[in-house]
Design a binder for this molecule. Structure first.
Ligand code: 6PG
Length: 470
């Protein structure tokens, strides 16, 4: 066996370090980092016969067997182009660069084209699961050329998380930007699910429950159909007491301003540009935007007096509502997924990607941030119905039908409690509009034709019409 490394990895922030350690369990890896000291410290702590570091880029490239496979774990944006540019002088035809960051898919499409023109290969690879996932098994969403996929498949299968059947949470997603697109939509769904959980948390808090009491409810949710990584980690977050001597729950002291690095926003824009309703995802981004205007909210809170009496429900009533809210959350999450997969379907059609939705749901069963029991249901649903839209798949129709009234009740209860329902409200509205044969857009058409002579169609005869309404 050559003493060359099978894989190179550039970028030793924690995600990069952990992915390198994961790779080194089964392959010989060379790492490089712009700041040499970081690489030296990392090798000092984790170096092994399978894990070595190079201080110079040329030495790093020459340490790799051909065709070279180089994983970039650097910040999305210009840094990726800069690293590619610095590598090019040392690379040969057939070499493969794999971008494992949260890059924006148009950048990935551009990079793949630029490198293929040099007879080199570029893979945009969504890697989900954070630092823990990188070390112990992420969900991996690779996009690039099918011929190169064969080179990468065995390596990525070895480091990926496992699905419910014990299979690796990695699959070939599609050409060029498809992998990063699917990762982007994963993050959009992640935003929506987190916001729906936050709205349930807010409902319970508005009804006087303590963080720890809500933690007990979310612990119960994590034993049922909402079982998921996000509900699992929410319980210690809700129960954690502040360690700075305030005797408060730490959560009650956290500033209510949500950050966002951009993937949710990109997804929201995609929905508008491709004409697909992904209101749950867009509303989750809006909720973070509104939260970011904390100072202004404090000002407006002083100007407005809530016009509804404080209708805190008695605790025994709230206890009775726990399963209702659980069903409402489940329906809303199904709707968020249905929206996300609708966007994937539209993008696949327009970008000529051949996406396999059952496989995408399957690799989200493990490793990624949205890993959850619900993904087993979605995987099976897609398989049963040969990847048909979720809205029309029998299992999903039945689940939405069964939980519809509880979603309505959840929204009504949230409104009564004064809980802003960015996502739960959007989920209900979107589902009820999508499943209603006669909507209210006839009224929109009437207004548009009146003020702008934009014309309209009729439901009882063919043709295009305009009316002098006044
Ligand atoms: C993942 C995560 C990760 C992302 C976090 C934070 O799949 O491992 O989604 O990619 O960095 O979600 O992103 P925001 O700052 O946008 O919440």
């Amino acid at each position: 066996m050559s003493d060359k490394s099978q894989i190179g990895l550039i970028g030793l922030a924690v995600m990069g370090q952990n992915l390198a350690r994961n790779l080194a369990r089964a392959h010989k890896v060379t790492v490089y980092n712009r700041t040499t000291e970081t690489m030296q410290d990392f090798i000092g702590e984790h170096g092994s016969e399978n894990l070595a570091g190079e201080a110079e880029l040329e030495g790093f490239v020459n340490s790799l067997e051909k065709p070279r496979k180089i994983i970039l774990m650097v910040k999305a944006g210009r840094a990726v182009d800069a690293v590619i540019g610095s590598l090019l002088p040392f690379l040969d035809k057939g070499d493969i660069i794999i971008d494992g960051g949260n890059s924006h898919f148009p950048d990935t499409i551009r990079r793949e084209k630029e490198l293929s023109e040099k007879d080199m290969n570029f893979f945009g690879c969504g890697v989900s699961g954070g630092e823990e996932g990188a070390l112990n098994g992420p969900s991996i969403m690779p996009g690039g050329s099918t011929k190169v996929w064969k080179e990468l498949e065995p390596i990525l299968k070895k480091i990926a998380a496992k699905d419910f059947e014990g299979e690796p949470c990695v699959t070939y997603i599609g050409e060029n930007g498809a992998g990063h697109y699917v990762k982007m939509v994963h993050n959009g769904i992640e935003y929506a699910v987190m916001q729906m959980m936050a709205e349930a948390y807010d409902f319970y808090r508005s009804n006087g429950l303590s963080a720890s009491e809500i933690g007990n409810i979310f612990e119960k949710y994590n034993q049922g159909k909402l079982k998921s990584f996000l509900f699992e980690i929410s319980v210690p977050i809700l129960r954690k007491k502040d360690e700075k001597g305030t005797d408060e729950y730490l959560l009650d002291l956290i500033l209510d301003k949500a950050g966002q690095k951009g993937t949710g926003r990109w997804t929201g824009i995609e929905g508008l540009e491709r004409g697909i309703d992904i209101s749950c995802i867009q509303q989750a981004v809006n909720a973070r935007i509104v939260s970011s205007r904390k100072n202004y909210r404090v000002e407006l809170d002083k100007k407005y007096k809530k016009p509804y009496a404080d209708k805190t429900l008695p605790k025994d009533v709230v206890k009775e509502l726990v399963p209702v809210i659980e069903n409402g959350l489940y329906a809303a999450m199904l709707i968020a997924y249905a929206q996300g997969f609708d966007l994937l379907r539209q993008a696949a059609e327009e970008m000529e990607w051949d996406l396999n939705y059952a496989e995408i749901a399957r690799i989200w069963q493990g490793g990624c941030i949205i890993r959850a029991q619900i993904l087993k249901t979605l995987t099976e649903a897609f398989k049963e119905a040969n990847n048909a839209p979720l809205w029309e798949i029998e299992q999903i129709v039945s689940d939405l039908q069964d939980n519809w009234l509880d979603l309505r009740a959840t929204v009504s209860l949230g409104v009564q409690a004064g809980t802003p329902l960015f996502c739960l409200g959007a989920a209900l509205a979107s589902f009820e509009a999508m499943s209603d044969a006669r909507g209210s857009a006839n009224f929109i058409q009437g207004l548009r034709d009146s003020f702008g002579a934009h014309t309209y169609k009729r439901i009882d005869q063919d043709g295009i019409f305009h009316t002098e309404w006044s």
